[in-house]
Design a binder for this molecule. Structure first.
Ligand SMILES: Cc1ncc(COP(=O)(O)O)c(C=O)c1O
Length: 398
């Protein structure tokens, strides 16, 4: 047995399990023992999937759509995605050759990275960021290069920082706007500069736009693929998990020029064959049906966002950038003098609030916590009372 365990592939040697799990597990154990926890650690909507989407999937299931679909997804869904991309993102793709329906956005990301990254290739990744990016690049044998995001720059990726880290080995840049965990939205001027860099250095761009519909105030979502010279080097990745509360359905897609899509298709084909057949019919309804549930959900998120930011900004030793997208705030607790992991554990035990240590998103996330507002307004309000009281204990002691 020992022999077998020692024979785990080398590519996994430096890949840890997600550190988010530790807080999840402790929060769940506390919950089970009867302690009421406010869950601000979970990165998914607390809403149900809209009913018309469920009905469409249900009908497909009843009608017998239970078999493998075309590798790149059912025709109806690829066409619905092409219409959506044209209308909302101004991206023009051929639904037959330039879209692959994937098992969540995540599978599309893995497929792109496996399709293009050779051992030693460098991939530029914002830090903090969704940690999957780094580990998928490393699983592929690539080298992830952190680009710091700074609180004083509202966590917006600074093109100068990108430029400074380009080497002859840089192959790809990974963009995520609106961003997890900071909620930052990349403004057009920055996207243009990033596009210039990608063109000048012949880089591929992976644009993860999963949070595009969760956007607030005057922020505008722009797909980098629409900037001049960018379509041919960009894969736009999106999905249904966040905007339509369909995270358990595991549906996403990659879209881009045929030349780049072909290798992605190859990885997808050998890995999954196709996304779940009847779920894909639900996704057609998500894109072609009413968008009212999305608007309502975003309105509710916006109220919670404002509440959370206001409550955090009232606290001593805490600072909080106003996020313009996604459903996360990323406040700094550097003034408290604990590591973000220590603080997350302390808040779980003392204030019954579960949130994620910023360090789980990269070295530059140390000192911050990610708090998801995918929890009811009243619960957030009460949690912030408890947070204030818990922090007083620390600061009085200190
Ligand atoms: C930035 C980002 N991309 C992708 C995903 C995963 O999306 P999916 O559920 O479509 O795989 C997440 C999930 O949290 C995310 O935060």
């Amino acid at each position: 047995m020992e022999e077998l365990i020692r024979s785990v592939a080398n590519r996994l040697t430096n890949i840890p399990f997600s550190s988010i799990r530790e807080i999840f597990d402790e929060a769940n154990a506390m919950q089970k023992s009867g302690i009421n926890i406010t869950h601000m650690e979970i990165g998914r909507p607390d809403f149900d999937t809209p009913i018309h989407i469920k009905e469409a999937a249900n009908a497909a299931l009843q009608e017998g759509f239970v078999h493998y679909t075309a590798n790149n997804g059912i025709q109806e869904l690829r066409e619905a995605i092409a219409v959506k991309l044209k209308r909302e993102n101004k991206i023009h793709v051929d639904p037959n050759k330039e879209i692959v329906v994937s098992v969540g956005c995540k599978e599309a990301i893995v497929s792109m990275i496996l399709a293009f990254i050779n051992p030693g290739d460098e991939v530029l990744i914002p830090d903090p960021a969704w940690l999957e990016y780094q580990y998928i690049v490393e699983l592929a044998g690539g080298v992830s290069v952190s680009i710091p995001l700074r609180e004083e720059e509202d966590f917006i990726l600074n093109p100068e920082d990108v430029r400074a880290r380009i080497t002859s080995k840089t192959k790809m840049i990974l963009l995520n706007s609106p961003h997890n965990p900071t909620g930052a939205v990349l403004p057009e001027a920055y996207l243009k500069e990033l596009a210039d860099i990608a063109i000048n250095h012949n880089l591929l761009v992976l644009s993860d736009e999963i949070y595009e519909k969760l956007i607030y105030e005057d922020a505008e979502h722009i797909s980098i693929a629409t900037l001049p010279g960018m379509f041919e080097r960009t894969i736009t990745i999106n999905g249904f998990s966040k905007a339509y509360a369909m995270d358990g359905w595991r549906l996403g897609y990659a879209a881009g020029p045929e030349k780049l899509m072909k290798p992605i298709m190859k990885v997808h084909q050998y890995n999954t064959s196709s996304a779940t057949s009847f779920a894909q019919y639900g996704a057609v309804a998500a894109y072609l049906g009413t968008q009212e549930p999305v608007f309502k959900m975003v309105q509710e998120f916006d109220k919670r966002r404002q509440l959370l930011v206001n409550r955090l900004q009232e606290l001593d030793y805490v600072s909080c950038v106003v996020p313009k997208g996604a459903f996360y705030v990323f406040p700094s607790f550097k003034g408290i003098g604990m590591t973000s992991k220590e603080l997350a554990t302390f808040l779980l035990r003392e204030a019954q609030i579960a949130c994620v240590p910023g360090s789980a998103f990269g070295n530059y996330g140390e000192g911050y916590l990610r708090m998801a507002y995918s929890t009811e307004y009243k619960q957030i309000d009460e949690a912030m009372d408890r947070l204030g009281e818990a922090l007083k204990k620390l600061t009085v002691k200190g």
